[in-house]
Design a protein around this ligand. Structure first.
Ligand SMILES: NC(=O)C1=CN([C@@H]2O[C@H](COP(=O)(O)OP(=O)(O)OC[C@H]3O[C@@H](n4cnc5c(N)ncnc54)[C@H](O)[C@@H]3O)[C@@H](O)[C@H]2O)C=CC1
Ligand SMILES: CC(C)CC(=O)C(=O)O
Ligand SMILES: [Mg+2]
Length: 358
C-alpha cells in the first residue's frame, strides 16, 4: 500500500487532479496495487480556509507520505497578496520542506502531436525528447528579497544565491541521468555576467571529470532560448538553475504541442517525491472544462516509475496517452481533432489502459 498525499490546489488544479486520480484508480485495479489517497488543502484554497498556503496538517501529511501529487496553485483572487502570503509561496515551502532539489521535466513530443508543434517537419524527423534537469530548492526563488521605500518611490530586490553543495548534487543527478539516456548534457547559465553562473559552470566541469563517458557543453541561457526553437535536436539533457529551468521548460513545452503535455518529478534521493504538471492554475480557463489533464496524468506515470518502481504501469499510462492521441482525441489546446473536454480526456486514457471503466 502506497500513501499518496494529493494537493489539488486552485484553478484547473482540482480539474486535472480528478482525471489523474481516475487513471490511478484504473492502474490500481490492473496492477493489483493499493494506493491510500488523501487530499489536503494547499495554495489559495488553504489561504481562504486556514489563512496560510501550506498548513501544518498538509505539511505533516506530505512528509509522511510515499509521494505527493500536486495540481497547481494561484489565481487572480490572491494576486493582491504579497510574499509569503501568496499561494505560490506555499509551493516553494512545499518543495523546500520535502527537500526535492532535482526537478525533472521531460519535454517529449508524442508522435500523433507532430502537427500541433510549431516546428517544421524536418526539425521533428527524429521526434523531440529533451529532459530539463532543473535545480529546484535554491537560486533566485529562495534568495533574500525585499521591497524598501526610498526617496522617489521604492527599491525592490531579489537575489540569486548558490552554494557549491547545491550545484554539486543537481549536477550529479544530471550526469547519472545522462548515463541512462544519451550521455549528453548542455549546462545552461549566464556565466558571462553572473557570479552564481560562474560557480555553477566550474562545479559542473569538476563533476564532469567523474563522467568522461558523458558529453558536456555549456550554453548561455539567452542563446539556449533561441537554439530551442532553431534546432531542439541538439539537446538531450538541459541542466540548469531554478529560474532558467522554469522559463526554458515552459518554452520547450510549446514544442511538444502544449504546456498541457509536460509532467514533472521533483526528487531527492530516496525521499518523498513530488509530482506535478509544469503548468500553473490557468485561471483564464478554470471552470470551462478546457484544461488538458495529460500533463498531470503523465505526472502519475512519473510517480509510478520513480517513487514506486512500477515501470510497467508507468509505460501503460504513456502508451494509453499515445493511443488516445493517435485516435485523434484532442483537448482544445492541442489543435485539430476530435474535441474532448477535461473529463472526457481522462475517461479516454482510463479506458485505453485496458480496464473496464469505473
Ligand atoms: N506549479 C504551480 O502551481 C504554478 C502556478 N502558477 C500560477 O498559476 C497562475 C497562472 O499563471 P500563468 O502564468 O497564466 O501560467 P499557466 O501555466 O497557469 O497558464 C499559461 C497559459 O497556458 C494555458 N494552460 C496552462 N495549463 C494548461 C492546461 N493543462 N491545458 C490547457 N491550457 C493550459 C493557460 O490557459 C494559459 O493561457 C498564477 O497564479 C501563477 O503564479 C504558475 C506556474 C506554476
Ligand atoms: C509559481 C512558481 C513559483 C513556480 C513555477 O512557475 C514552476 O515551478 O513552474
Ligand atoms: Mg513555471
Amino acid at each position: 500500500m502506497y500513501k499518496i498525499a494529493v494537493l489539488p490546489g486552485d484553478g484547473i488544479g482540482p480539474e486535472v487532479i480528478n482525471e489523474a486520480l481516475k487513471v490511478l484508480d484504473v492502474i490500481s485495479k490492473k496492477f493489483n496495487v493499493k494506493f491510500d489517497v488523501k487530499e489536503y488543502a494547499f495554495g489559495g484554497i488553504a489561504i481562504d480556509k486556514f489563512g496560510c498556503p501550506y498548513p501544518k496538517e498538509t505539511e505533516n501529511a506530505c512528509l509522511n507520505s510515499d509521494a505527493v501529487l500536486l495540481g497547481a496553485v494561484g489565481g487572480y483572487k490572491w494576486d493582491i497578496l504579497n510574499g509569503d502570503k501568496r499561494p505560490e509561496a506555499g509551493l516553494l515551502a512545499l518543495r523546500k520542506s520535502l527537500g526535492v532539489y532535482a526537478n525533472l521535466r521531460p519535454a517529449t513530443l508524442f508522435k500523433p502531436l507532430k502537427s500541433a508543434s510549431p516546428l517544421k517537419d524536418e526539425l521533428l524527423k527524429d521526434g523531440l525528447d529533451i529532459l530539463v534537469v532543473r535545480e529546484l530548492t535554491g537560486g533566485m526563488y529562495f534568495g533574500p528579497r525585499g521591497t524598501e521605500k526610498i526617496d522617489g518611490g521604492f527599491k525592490a530586490y531579489d537575489t540569486e544565491v548558490y552554494e557549491t553543495a547545491e550545484i554539486k548534487r543537481i549536477a550529479i543527478t544530471a550526469f547519472e541521468t545522462a548515463r541512462k539516456r544519451n550521455k549528453k548534457i548542455t549546462s545552461v547559465d549566464k556565466a558571462n555576467i553572473l557570479d552564481t553562473s560562474r560557480l555553477w559552470r566550474s562545479i559542473v566541469n569538476e563533476i564532469s571529470k567523474d563522467y568522461p563517458d558523458v558529453e558536456l557543453n555549456h550554453m548561455y541561457v539567452d542563446n539556449c532560448a533561441m537554439q530551442l526553437i532553431k534546432d531542439p535536436s541538439q539537446f538531450d539533457i538541459i541542466l540548469t538553475s531554478n529560474i532558467f529551468g522554469d522559463i526554458l521548460s515552459d518554452e520547450a513545452s510549446q514544442l511538444t504541442g502544449s504546456i498541457g503535455m509536460l509532467p514533472s518529478a521533483s526528487l531527492r534521493g530516496d525521499k518523498v517525491g513530488l509530482y506535478e504538471p509544469i503548468h500553473g492554475s490557468a485561471p483564464d480557463i478554470a471552470g470551462t472544462k478546457k484544461a488538458n489533464p495529460l500533463a498531470t496524468i503523465l505526472s502519475v506515470a512519473m510517480m509510478l516509475e520513480y517513487s514506486f518502481d512500477m515501470k510497467d504501469a508507468s509505460n501503460a499510462i504513456k502508451e494509453a496517452v499515445n493511443k488516445v492521441l493517435e485516435d485523434g482525441y484532442r483537448t482544445a489546446d492541442l489543435g485539430k481533432g476530435k474535441l474532448v473536454n477535461t473529463e472526457e480526456m481522462g475517461d479516454k486514457v482510463a479506458e485505453y489502459i485496458g480496464v473496464v471503466k469505473c
